[in-house]
Design a protein around this ligand. Sequence first.
Ligand code: PLP
Length: 418
Amino acid sequence: MEKGFVHYPYLSDDYSVYNGFNIKQLCSKYKTPLIIYSMRRIIENIKNLKIAFDGIAIHYAVKANYNPFIVSYIIKNGAGIDAANLNEVQLSLSAGANPYHIIATPNNLSEAELFQISRLGITINFDYQGQMELISGHLPEIVSFRINPGIGRGEFAGITTAGHDVKFGISPEDALQAYKSAKKYGARRFGIHMMTGSNVLDHEFFKESTERFFDIAAKISDALGIEFSFLDIGGGFGVPYDLHTKPLDLARTADYIKENFSKFKNRGYFKSSELIIEPGRYIISDAAILVSSITSIKNSDHKIIGIDTGMNTMIRIPLYGAHHEIKIPGYVDSEYITLSDIAGQVCENTDYLAKNILLPDVKTGDLALILNAGAYVSSMASNYNLLGTPAEVAIDHNSDILIRKRSTLDTMISGFLK
Ligand SMILES: Cc1ncc(COP(=O)(O)O)c(C=O)c1O
């Protein structure tokens, strides 16, 4: 359905049916909290990226959601992988990724871990020269560095990953030295990377950041005679999380990037370079809903609606101040008239999923849907308070498939000495 700018893919008008499945029935079968994925929406998102970024390689950022069923599905639909560490690399390999289609962008990994990633034949976007030198005797076939182009943009400071005061990447000046050093250690093939921030909805930013990035790459090419095998511009393609935010103009974003690239190609640069993007959120965010049950309703100075999940599953809400739409199945929009807070089960006063939002006059036992729950929800969830992580179900064609069991007390404490 369409509301303002936002499209809630495959959700019925009264929020009771998702991708053809009755949500209440799914919850009777699997219980709550439950994350329900629409595999159809994942395919659509990849297709939209492929259309817009025609000729540009798509590497899915596994950190957005590492459920192996989902990773494997995304790989089967033609994406490579962006991995942050050895575990993400290994999970991607076992989900069917070709090592040549995985790029690792590690932060502060140990020498041993970097060595193992390199030994698996994975290209590494090194964070800085010293990280590369940790494994100078065992460098990957293609050596790449993560550049901080001097500007960053993210929805929140915590997900802005370039510009001032960030822990990632190196300046163009340091990059020159880093590539020089890589050459000294025998590297013959090179890539270059940036990742400037996450959930960006402004196409103009991608125009500016890629122009800077290509310029930096061109200068390094000139100075060191390097022909880059790839230029990896990272992810960050945003999705709206509320009713009134305008979605990213994907076609325009891609056109700007392609135009910038062509401009440099016309000047003789990047003749045999592949262009790469690393989207996470764009592929998976709006392809899932988190369903919880309303367990209590307290009318104090605020109306506080308690649900059976919380910041243990939705840490991005208190961590960044992120907003997620919350809908109650069985009620239409005109019934959203009561000012309410929604709180979880964690013993922290940060454990609100929303404050002062309009909701229907709900009763205990009603369900509450938290929308846009595909990216950075399951993968960032914790066992705090031993509350555990939700079960996950994929709707694939006409089937509902359990793709992650709910954690139990036993699974949560299995690694502890008893
Ligand atoms: C190196 C790298 N690539 C890609 C991504 C994916 O970003 P997004 O989910 O915003 O597309 C991230 C996210 O932080 C990242 O750190």
